[in-house]
Design a protein around this ligand. Structure first.
Ligand code: AMP
Ligand code: GLY
Length: 439
C-alpha cells in the first residue's frame, strides 16, 4: 500500500525508517519531511498543520494509510478529516487527542478516574489565578508549577519559586498573548519531586502495550540548566523504573487511562505517551501526549523487532490484541544537536559538514536503517534541508539526533559521543551529560 507519514522532525525520520522497511509498504511519502527523510521516503512540500491540503493530496494520490505523528495536526483533527474522506489513518481523533492539547481536560480526567497526578487548580481569570498562587506562597523549597492549557511547543510550563515570578508568569500567559489561545486557561499545580520517565504505549482503545521505558532530558544545557526544550537527549532503558513499578503503572495508570477515555466516549487509538514522575509517594502522571515523543521515538523504534506498519494497521483496525510487539533487549541512546540560540531564536540555512550523501556519518558503521548498524551511530534528521546547490543545511532548532544501540546505556552513549563531533555547523550545541548519573 501507499503510505503517507505526516511530520518532518527526528521522530518522523525514525518512524519513516521503520515504515520503509515494511513489506506492506509499496511506497512511502512524507509531508513535509526533511533532508534525512528524503533518503527513505518521497517528501511532499505540505506543512503538517495544513490538514485540508494533506487530505486532498492523499485522496488524489491514492494513499491507503496516513500516519499522523506530530501534535498540531492531531489537535486540528487530521485523523477525523482523513476518516471522513474515506482514508485510513493512524492516530487519535481530535477529541481523543484533547488528552494532550488541553491540560485542563487531562487533569480533570485524572481527577475523575483516580489516576495519580499532582494536586492542582484551574483558572480562566488572571486575578483569581494570581491570588491563588500568592496564597500558596511558592519558594525555592516549595515551587509552584504553572501550565498553559493548550499546546505550546513544550514551553508552556513554568516552575516559579516566589510570588513575583508567579504573578509575572500568569500575567504573561493569560494576558500577554505570548501563548496566544493556549494560555487563556491555566493549571496551577504542586511541584513533584523525583525523576522523570516516559512510557509510550500502543493502544487501540482496548489493548495496551507499553514500549520500553525511556528518559528524556528537557532542559537545554548540561546539569539540567536553562530553558525547557522539546527534548535534548534520551536513553532507554532506565534502571530506576523497576519491573514492579512497570506492573503497577500498567494496572493503575495506563489501562485506567485508556478505559477512562473509552468511558468518556473518546476512545484513544494510536500512541499514548505517559510522562511520569517517580515520587517518594509512588508514580504520578505529569502529562499525557497523544503521539510518539521526540526524541523518545528515536531510541524506542530502533528496538522494535516487528513490522511497525503492521502494528499501526492493527491499532487502527482495533485488533491490536492479535499482535505482540517484540522488543530488543538492547539499550539505546540519543543526543540532539541543536542550533545556537535554541529554544529561543536561531539562524537557519547554515551548512552542515561531516555527513555523507545519505545524511549519515561518513565513516560510521551505520546506515539509515534502524535495524542495522548497532555498532555505529544513526543520524535521524530533524531541522535539515538541502539548499539550491543540494548542500545539507540547518532548517530548525533541533537539527539532528544521533542515536546508537549498545549492550548497556553506557555502551550506547559512548558510541554516540565518540562520533558526535564529526558533525559540524556554526553554533551547533549538544548536551554532554545525557544519561549522566545512571551509567
Ligand atoms: P509538561 O509539558 O507537562 O511535560 O511539563 C514540562 C516539564 O515540566 C516536565 O517534563 C517536568 O520536568 C516539569 N514539570 C511539569 N509538571 C511538573 C510538576 N508538577 N512537578 C515537577 N515538575 C513538573
Ligand atoms: N520529548 C517530549 C515530547 O515529545 O513531548
Amino acid at each position: 500500500m501507499k503510505v503517507l507519514l505526516v511530520g518532518g522532525g527526528g521522530r518522523e525520520h525514525a518512524v519513516a525508517a521503520k515504515l520503509a522497511q515494511s513489506p506492506l509498504c509499496a511506497k512511502l511519502y512524507c509531508a513535509p519531511g526533511n533532508a534525512g527523510i528524503a533518503e527513505v521516503a518521497e517528501c511532499v512540500p505540505i506543512a503538517a498543520a495544513d490538514v485540508d491540503a494533506i487530505v486532498a493530496w492523499a485522496k488524489e494520490n491514492d494513499i491507503k494509510f496516513v500516519v499522523v505523528a506530530p501534535d498540531d495536526p492531531l489537535a486540528l483533527g487530521l485523523v477525523d478529516k482523513c476518516k471522513a474522506a474515506g482514508l485510513r489513518a493512524f492516530g487519535p481523533t481530535q477529541k481523543a487527542a484533547e488528552i494532550e492539547w488541553s491540560k485542563v481536560f487531562s487533569k480533570g480526567l485524572m481527577k475523575k478516574y483516580g489516576i495519580p497526578t499532582a494536586a492542582y487548580e484551574t483558572f480562566t481569570d488572571c486575578g483569581e489565578a494570581v491570588s491563588y498562587a500568592k496564597s500558596q506562597n511558592p519558594s525555592p523549597e516549595k515551587p509552584l508549577v504553572i501550565k498553559a492549557d493548550g499546546l505550546a511547543l513544550g514551553k508552556g510550563v513554568v516552575i516559579v519559586q516566589n510570588t513575583a515570578e508567579a504573578e509575572e508568569t500568569l500575567r504573561d500567559m493569560m494576558e500577554g498573548g505570548r501563548f496566544a489561545g493556549a494560555g487563556r486557561s491555566v493549571v496551577i499545580e504542586e511541584f513533584l519531586q523525583g525523576r522523570e520517565v516516559t512510557v509510550l504505549c500502543f493502544t487501540d482503545g482496548w489493548t495496551v502495550y507499553p514500549m520500553p521505558v525511556s528518559r528524556d532530558h528537557k532542559r537545554a544545557y548540561d546539569g539540567d540548566q536553562g530553558p525547557n526544550t522539546g527534548g535534548m537527549g534520551v536513553i532507554t532503558p532506565v534502571p530506576d523504573y523497576t519491573p514492579e513499578m512497570a506492573e503497577r503503572c500498567l494496572k493503575e495508570i495506563f489501562i485506567p487511562t485508556v478505559d477512562a477515555m473509552r468511558r468518556e466516549k473518546r476512545p484513544f487509538s494510536g500512541v499514548l505517551y505517559f510522562g511520569l514522575m517517580l515520587t517518594a509517594d509512588g508514580v504520578k502522571v505529569i502529562e499525557y501526549n497523544a503521539r510518539f515523543g521526540d526524541p523518545e521515538a528515536q531510541v524506542i523504534l530502533p528496538l522494535l523487532e516487528n513490522d511497525l506498519l503492521e502494528i499501526m494497521l492493527a491499532t487502527e483496525q482495533g485488533w491490536l490484541d492479535t499482535i505482540e510487539p517484540i522488543w530488543s533487549e538492547e539499550a539505546c541512546a540519543c543526543v540532539v544537536v541543536a542550533s545556537g540560540g535554541y529554544p529561543g531564536d536561531y539562524q537557519k540555512g547554515l551548512p552542515i559538514t561531516g555527513l555523507n550523501e545519505s545524511g549519515q556519518i561518513a565513516d560510521s558503521l551505520s546506515s539509515a536503517n534502524p535495524d542495522i548498524g548497532s555498532s555505529g551511530t544513526l543520524v535521524f534528521h530533524a531541522g535539515t534541508a538541502r539548499n539550491a546547490d543540494g548542500e545539507l543545511v540547518t532548517n530548525g532548532g533541533r537539527v539532528l539526533s544521533l542515536c546508537a544501540k549498545g549492550k548497556t546505556v553506557k555502551d550506547a552513549l559512548e558510541r554516540v559521543y565518540a562520533e558526535i563531533d564529526k558533525v559540524r555547523f556554526d553554533g551547533a550545541f549538544y548536551r554532554k551529560d545525557i544519561g549522566a548519573g545512571l551509567v
